[in-house]
Design a protein around this ligand. Structure first.
Ligand SMILES: [Zn+2]
Ligand SMILES: [Zn+2]
Ligand SMILES: [Zn+2]
Length: 487
């Protein structure tokens, strides 16, 4: 297997250790490199709903007759994956159940390392076992979990040739380098995989690249045309030759101290990026509302923040319980309290707006959902990088909500805007971009019809006012009926 790594080279990034930089100028949306997974597994909780080969969420998956654990779209997916699954299949059969995802992934990585011994594939910039494991920095609770996983691994693979130290090294590598894979719609995390070259790309809170899993041609029913699980590293902005390539390991929608804490906990480093050291946009994320230079008192801001946090916890509990009407009630109450106190970019306000618009749109209260989604997008646009994938997805959802609410003009504009962002972050061949493209065409057509009807409507009014005979009265009436029906 040859990987095209011509656009990048490994370099010494100082305190950050190794890093990757470009060897040429890159444009927004350009694929820096693509890489198939070295190994990947579907999460335990979704093992019957997601194909273990192509990671698509699919109804009626076909079960492996041997281990009765692995599930596939069809024979083609199963055959494509057999090499990866063969040893796992036998191990699960013998162990009489499947161990957890950490243990399954570690086993897959070790089998692959064993199989690949002596084969140096082109474009592999690092060997898997040279990645950082941070076992020595692990918190006590994580270390306890590692020991349990380790014991389960030894029961699952009793004949392993590897020593305990090497096995825990691999567990550690997966813990801090594992990449979460989402389903074909980008809506749900479905598994975890290891992509060694990608692991060399360091973090920045305001990165110049993004990573996307590309499931290939979604419309193809025949799995033979499904592409292999592979990620693409895509440039978000113009990047000059020799510049370091970075991705965001954590969401930018947290204040710098919270991002730093999360990065330290999971990835064991202190982020000193420009956004963190200069606390960029932290003020916006905690902003109080300002009217004519007047701000609410610090005490009031503090109270509403505490109220919001409590409310967010209650909302989460109600969501888990599936009580969506309770969620709506809590959101409305909280948004009402936040309104006079928080700025439009306050994080707690945005979190509330996000949940409120999702749930209301699920309950088909589209007009209210659209209003919140619009405010959410407005806030996001002030905080996120203009080509951020989360921003693109949020604008897409807001566009769909507006469309459903009958606000076709704004809906269409949002869908176009989302499409432009996803062309950069996901690329033209990603299934989500393809969905967006057809929504863009659909809304464009509906908008044209709406405009035509509006025109007809106005000309009819004019005609009535001037008492002129109507040429195509019946067709005009039909058009207006269609218009009022749509709205
Ligand atoms: Zn499949
Ligand atoms: Zn099997
Ligand atoms: Zn940072």
């Amino acid at each position: 297997m040859t990987l095209d790594m011509d656009n990048v080279e490994v370099f010494d990034a100082g305190e950050k250790g190794r890093g990757l930089r470009t060897t040429k100028d890159l444009c927004p949306g350009e694929v820096v490199f693509a890489e198939p997974s070295f190994a990947a597994v579907v999460f335990d909780s979704l093992s019957q709903q997601v194909c273990h080969s192509c990671f698509r969420r699919q109804a009626n998956l076909h079960r492996c007759a041997q281990c009765k654990f692995a599930h596939y779209c069809d024979r083609t997916c199963q055959t494509a994956c057999w090499d990866e699954h063969k040893q796992e299949c036998a191990a699960i059969k013998k162990y009489e159940k499947a161990p957890n995802e950490n243990v399954r992934l570690t086993a897959r990585v070790l089998w692959r390392i064993q199989k690949d011994t002596g084969i140096v594939s082109d474009g592999q910039l690092t060997s898997v076992d040279q990645l950082e494991d941070h076992v020595a920095d692990m918190l006590a609770e994580d270390f306890k979990e590692l020991k349990i996983d380790m014991q389960n691994f030894l029961d699952y693979c009793p004949k392993t040739r590897h020593g305990k130290e090497y096995i825990s090294h691999i567990f550690g590598i997966i813990k801090c380098n594992g990449f979460t894979l989402s389903d074909q719609r980008g809506l749900q995390a479905v598994g975890v995989g290891l992509f060694p070259n990608l692991c060399l790309v360091n973090h920045d809170c305001w990165p110049n690249c993004t990573v996307i899993l590309n499931h290939g041609n979604q419309s193809t029913l025949n799995a033979a045309y499904h592409s292999k699980r592979r990620i693409e590293l895509r440039a978000l902005s113009k990047i000059s030759e020799n510049e370091e390539l970075t991705v965001g390991y954590v969401d930018f929608l947290n204040v710098s101290t919270d991002r730093q804490r999360a990065l330290k906990h999971q990835y064991h480093f202190d982020c000193t990026c420009k956004s963190c050291s200069e606390h960029l946009k932290d003020d916006l994320k905690m902003a109080a509302k300002e009217i004519d230079g007047n701000k609410p008192s610090d005490q009031l801001v503090k109270e509403v923040q505490e109220f919001s946090l409590e409310c967010l916890a209650k909302v989460e509990a109600a969501c888990t319980a599936g009580d969506f009407h309770e969620v709506v009630k809590l959101c409305r109450e909280c948004l009402h309290k936040q309104e006079p106190v928080f700025g439009k970019t306050h994080l707690y306000h945005l979190r509330m707006l996000s949940t409120a618009s999702e749930v209301l749109s699920y309950l088909q209260f589209f007009s209210e959902a659209a209003e919140y989604a619009g405010r959410l997008v407005e806030g996001y646009m002030k905080l996120y990088h203009p080509n951020n994938a989360h921003l693109g997805m949020a604008i897409m959802r807001a566009g769909v909500t507006h469309w459903h609410a009958g606000l076709i003009k704004v809906g269409h504009e949002m869908i176009c805007k989302a499409y432009a962002i996803l062309m950069v972050t996901h690329g033209p061949n990603h299934p989500i971009t393809k969905d967006l493209e057809s929504m863009r065409m659909q809304t464009e057509m509906e908008l044209r019809m709406f405009k035509q009807n509006e025109h007809v409507y106005h000309s009819m009014r004019e005609a009535a006012l001037q008492n002129k005979p109507m040429a195509e009265a019946s067709s005009v009436e039909d058009n207006i009926k269609a218009l009022s029906h749509k709205q």
